[in-house]
Design a protein around this ligand. Structure first.
Ligand code: JFZ
Length: 597
């Protein structure tokens, strides 16, 4: 048996390696695809921009601890991580009594945070229904001392606050059920009857959810499995029949979702049209873990929201309430801070589409008809902010916060603002440019600005032009368990002719330190490369950081290699290629230019 499994795994690996990258295979599994036809009710979702995800279940009570051992990473996977027998895990229900749960408080927090929709786990992989279910007794009303249906209360409370309500439902993975997906530590996979699990539990429960809780904005399916495309279509149709207006997430599988979901730390490189969402969790786990206090700061959330909006998507940020029904202190505090920012600046987020000016050293852009919003994360030292490639005629420029007008001038397609003074550490200060004419298309060809007015300019791997073997590739890995990260790198620079380049526009001459940010394994390190920039060549030799493995951090070094002197402002190409033919030089994540002060 063991040997067989091993052989199967090997065959799989060979197959994966041959057909596509591992990340791609995982992407297929998580399924980001949607149908060709756009759902007619997708408008509210596209405008919403900010959602709250809540993972809450029996795992919240365990809080990342089992039998005296601490677990890290996705806390809602503790049953799987500790291989807890289903019968033993089920006993946790008898201790689950979230007396501090208050639906109105949660809805109030969501409202204060500026959230437009809320999606909560009705049933996660553990198989426990957090709602009143006739289809399975393993539910919060029947199996816990709490004995009430918190989902009912939350459906009512969110409706009162005009927040769209939705359920996460793990349709295939169910570790409690002998016929459910993916519990192989209790139940023999070969004896499973998925069809019976679907007809006995998943489908009846989904029907309960779509019948008993009023209109649902979203049904957030997760991890498809055990169904053919035809069967998935039947499932989707029978559920859509109950609530045609409800949107189904792409992880319903087989490309049959109504909008696309990306993973954590995954924002597409270029704007994506249509309805989509990036999901992030506030700390490192989706479900509550008592010892996970690695929360993203308010500034990080505010910038993340703007970055996702600048590509045209929504951010759904997750919090994990504890077993008593309390949302962690830092989540409450930082969400309210985010809400304060949104109260002043919401116009630059809600109802916007992607910005047509690509990322700049100062920040990102979002747009509405006739308006471009400049989200300034880094104030230029001299206050002169350049918006390159702005061809439309400008009507007015002002600060969003106080509507104070901002002086500007235009030289060709260069729009230059003279910014007022504002705090250096303000996370995102928004300026509005009102213009005439049709909204321009996204400009993906312009040179990237390099200026001494910013501490750094980061040239991301995906903006490189490739010649010869090099490709860009997204690497997916976790630190602990299930906390997936995605990093896009340039790979396969092996021979002298394999070169990459960045188109730059240096607005201020001077000395710039060149820093290469890369990951490099045992095989490739100590190889030499050549950087060409502004008529000079700069040699470097690679350092070892470590190998790429799916379940360890992919380590990057910021390797300062040279100082380049630029004599004249103007357009330049920065190129990199191996010094000699050899092994892959490195996995390059970015090139960073820092003015030397
Ligand atoms: C899934 C679940 O397994 C997990 O427990 C959590 O509910 C999360 C929201 O969804 O896990 C994933 C699946 C895909 C990615 C990240 C987490 N991804 O593509 O980055």
């Amino acid at each position: 048996m063991k040997k067989q499994k091993y052989i199967r795994l090997l065959l799989c690996l060979v197959f994966f390696a041959k057909t596509s990258s591992y990340a791609q295979v995982m992407e297929e599994m998580w399924d980001k695809g949607t149908g060709l036809k756009e759902h007619p009710n997708v408008g509210w979702f596209k405008d919403a921009k900010f959602g709250l995800f809540i993972h809450w279940g029996l795992y919240s009570k365990l809080a990342g601890k089992w039998n005296g051992k601490n677990y890290y990473g996705s806390g809602e996977w503790i049953m799987n991580q500790a291989k807890i027998p289903a019968a033993e895990y089920a006993k946790v229900a008898s201790t689950f009594n979230p007396v501090n749960f208050n639906a109105d408080e949660w809805a109030q927090l969501a409202s204060d945070a500026g959230i437009k929709y809320l999606v909560i786990t009705a049933k996660h992989h553990e198989g426990f229904a957090m709602f009143d279910s006739k289809a399975s007794d393993f539910n919060i009303v029947k199996a816990t001392p709490y004995g009430k249906d918190p989902m009912k209360a939350l459906a009512t409370a969110t409706a009162k606050k005009n927040i769209r309500f939705g359920f996460y439902y793990s349709q295939f993975v169910d570790w409690h059920e002998p016929n459910g997906g993916r519990n192989s530590w209790d139940f023999d996979e070969s004896k499973k009857n998925y069809a019976s699990y679907y007809s006995q539990k998943a489908i009846p429960q989904l029907k309960e959810l779509l019948t008993n809780y009023g209109p649902l904005g979203i049904v957030w399916f997760d991890l498809p499995g055990g169904l053919t495309k035809e069967e998935t279509q039947k499932l989707v149709d029978s559920l859509h029949a109950l609530q045609p207006q409800s949107l189904f997430s792409s992880r319903v599988g087989q490309g049959l979702g109504d909008y696309k979901d990306f993973g954590d730390s995954e924002i597409p490189d270029a704007p994506v049209k249509g309805a989509w969402e990036s999901i992030y969790t506030h700390n490192d786990s989706w479900g509550y873990i008592e010892h996970d206090l690695n929360f993203k700061s308010p500034a990080a959330i505010i910038q993340l929201l703007a970055k996702v909006a600048s590509k045209g998507g929504n951010l759904m940020l997750n919090v994990g309430p504890d077993g008593n029904g309390r949302i962690p202190y830092h989540s409450v505090k930082y969400l309210r801070e985010t809400g304060k920012w949104l109260k002043k600046n919401g116009e630059a987020i809600y109802g916007t589409t992607y910005g047509f000016i690509p990322q700049q050293p100062w920040g990102v852009t979002t747009a509405k008809p006739g308006k471009l919003f400049l989200h300034v994360f880094s104030r230029p030292g001299n206050g002169k902010l350049l918006v390159p490639g702005f061809s439309n005629a400008v009507k007015a420029v002002y600060a969003l916060g106080n509507r104070q007008s901002v002086s500007w001038k235009k030289a060709g397609n260069d729009l230059e603002l003279q910014l007022p003074a504002f705090a250096q550490d303000a996370p995102n200060t928004v300026f509005v440019v009102e213009y005439t004419g049709a909204q321009p298309g996204y400009d993906n060809k312009s040179a990237q600005i390099v200026s001494g007015q910013y501490a750094t300019t980061v040239l991301d791997a995906h903006t490189a032009r490739l010649s010869g073997n090099p490709k860009t590739k997204s690497f997916t890995f976790s630190h602990y368990f299930g906390d997936w990260k995605h990093e896009t790198c340039v790979i396969d620079m092996q021979q002298k002719k394999d070169s990459i380049s960045f188109q730059l526009r240096v607005t201020e001459p001077g000395d710039y330190r060149i820093v290469l940010e890369y990951s490099c394994g045992q095989e490739g390190f100590k190889q030499e490369g050549v950087i060409g920039f502004a008529g000079q060549q700069y040699l470097f030799r690679t350092l070892k950081t470590g190998e790429f493995e799916k379940n360890t951090p992919l380590l990057f070094i910021k390797h300062a290699v040279s100082i380049a002197t630029v004599q004249q402002p103007g357009e330049y190409t920065l190129s990199i290629h191996p010094y000699q033919d050899g092994k892959e030089l490195f996995k390059l994540r970015s090139v960073i230019l820092e003015p030397v002060k």
